[in-house]
Ligand binder design. Sequence first.
Ligand code: HEC
Ligand code: HEC
Length: 415
Amino acid sequence: MRTIIVCNGKNMQPLLRALFVFCCVLLSYACGPAPGPRAVGDDLTDLPLVGLSAEWTSRFDEGDRLFEVPYTAGDGLGPLYIRQACAACHAGGGRGPGFVEKVAQVEGDGVTPVAGQPALPLGHTVRRLMAGGARQPLEAPSQPGLRQSTRVGPAVWAAGAIEAIDERELLRLEAEQAQRGDGVSGRVNRVSYASERSADLAFHGHRKGDAVIGRFGVKARVATLDDFTADAFQGDMGLTSPLRLTEPANPEGLLDDHKPGIDLPLETVQAVADYLRLLRLPARRPAPPEGPRLFEAAGCATCHVPSLTTRADYPVPQLAGVSVQVYSDVLLHDLGACLADGLTDGDATSSEFRTAPLVGLRFSRSFLHDGRAATLDEAVRLHGAEGSEARAAVLAFERLSDQERAALLSFLSTL
Ligand code: HEC
Ligand code: HEC
């Protein structure tokens, strides 16, 4: 029997939105990436943490450059890729405009992944662009039973703070939520460390295959920023490194591109990971009266936890042993069938997502992992459908008076 899923609010029109975002990317490239900090009105992003040493500042600048630069076939781009620069999907450290298209083989209910995914032997990621000798892109196969979805590149300015959060904080929140009995019960994503070897700042010390707690990605599938950076170079650009030795699978079975062997040195991965660590959170604005109280009272703060403590031995002094305000518990929550994408990541199921950090929302033009919400109001309502752990909070949000709801939403824009 087919389950009919009734979702709140209007559903996105994926093709239209994809086309729109694609045009934005073309436009942003036609004009060329603007160097230096990005200004939106009076606001700035893409700035380093305050008070960095000269050495850390030059790491930041080098990583920033490597994050912005478009890679070419001579650098080892391809055989298949999605975009040429990290910044194409994280402009100024912010959200988008670039995105990744995903495809999953699902059961008749449209959301449950088919075991083994036999229709997708080359994986879930669509890679349309070619370099380094490829002649056949990786498109979604055209057959029934496939679910296509989009992931817009999220803002990365909270990355350092998220990596620095003390693991005990995440386990504490997981344990506290398990006791609540009101339907909110997040869990850490336990994943297997994927890097070929540990390149992380010495303190990580993870080896390939170690069980670690995932923090990054919309389903918290990756534990550290070195690992994520290497994964992004490989998966989004076809750039291999000592942490990711193989080119992504492609229809022609190509094992290499125009640059034989490993494409990038370890230092490039590390410099970009350090840039992410050293990126400053956008400045907070004064909160409107009542905003924080309403946020708390509606139950938003259970998942979008306002403040967490970082580990005392995090190697960036500005982020060691401090409180960071990213408004996320970094836990997975089941948001129900409306947001489910048919994809799993580590322990994360089709309908589970990591609580999105809410910092810097005023710089975003679309919301939720696939960009289906065009406004903050829509973003809140769309993650509270039947079956979502956020339902009670979203119902409380909907019960607020118009004035109160406006205060809560304008509070979100100050974070
Ligand atoms: C084609 C678009 C695209 C490109 C290019 C890209 N990213 Fe991403 N990035 C994404 C998407 C989409 C996600 C969410 C992915 C997921 O969960 O699978 C993401 C997630 C991230 C995250 C995790 C953020 C968080 O809050 O969890 C980091 C860090 C990141 N990217 C860094 C990079 C770096 C570094 C590069 C360049 C080496 C890069 N990205 C290139 C689209 C892109
Ligand atoms: C059960 C946990 C939970 C509760 C409660 C919750 N959220 Fe969320 N929220 C999430 C998750 C998980 C996401 C990511 C969804 C996605 O990316 O598709 C999210 C995403 C968002 C986003 C979009 C952020 C972005 O960058 O796209 C906003 C805005 C938001 N929540 C606001 C709220 C507000 C306001 C409340 C209270 C009315 C609330 N949330 C309650 C878990 C929760």
